[in-house]
Design a binder for this molecule. Structure first.
Ligand code: FES
Ligand code: FES
Length: 171
């Protein structure tokens, strides 16, 4: 820093609790949580899709609630608990929802999958036995360009049932 530099231009740092770890990050009001997670922390499982709050590819959990990180200023989550797709599985074991996505083959290109799994995780944490209408409502903010919606819904139903049965065949 030069002697004439304004204190206001100094980078401000803060601490983010992400995937159970405290991480120091640089805070600029204009930065989105998505930018920080991907570009600064290297957690690239969270995807950039539209950048406008439409597709849901960027969803992650803030205090257990699914949020669109592309629209979330990073300053809003300082001191809160953030979980990305990388932080869902513990001890190398997939969560029931992750396993259900695998069992149902609920992806093609996979680009939407992290956001879908995050949204489904938040849904089932709040409502472990959602109706079909509740699944549709909770997932309507997540877009799949590959059209994998039937398998995605089947995976959510499977996870809700806690089922290890063969795939439902709901295509
Ligand atoms: S990238 Fe955030 S909603 Fe599309
Ligand atoms: S699996 Fe390709 S966008 Fe959903």
């Amino acid at each position: 820093m030069t002697g004439r530099e304004s204190p206001c231009s100094r980078p401000v740092t803060g601490t983010l609790r992400i995937n159970g770890r405290e991480r120091s990050i640089s805070l600029e009001p204009s930065r989105s949580l998505l930018e920080v997670v991907r570009d600064e922390l290297g957690l690239t499982g969270t995807k950039y899709g539209c950048g406008e709050g439409v597709c849901g590819a960027c969803k992650l959990l803030v205090d257990g609630v699914a949020v669109r990180s592309c629209l979330t200023p990073v300053g809003e989550v300082v001191g809160r608990s953030v979980t990305t797709i990388e932080g869902l599985a513990g001890d190398g074991r997939l969560t029931p929802i992750q396993q259900a996505f695998l069992d149902e083959g609920a992806f093609q290109c996979g680009y939407c999958t992290p956001g879908m799994i995050v949204a489904a995780t938040a849904l089932l944490a709040q409502n472990p036995q959602p109706s079909e209408e509740e699944i549709l409502s909770a997932m309507q903010g997540n877009l799949c360009r590959c059209g994998g919606y039937p398998r995605i819904r089947a995976a959510i139903r499977r996870a809700a049932r806690g089922s290890s049965a063969p795939p439902s065949g709901d295509r």
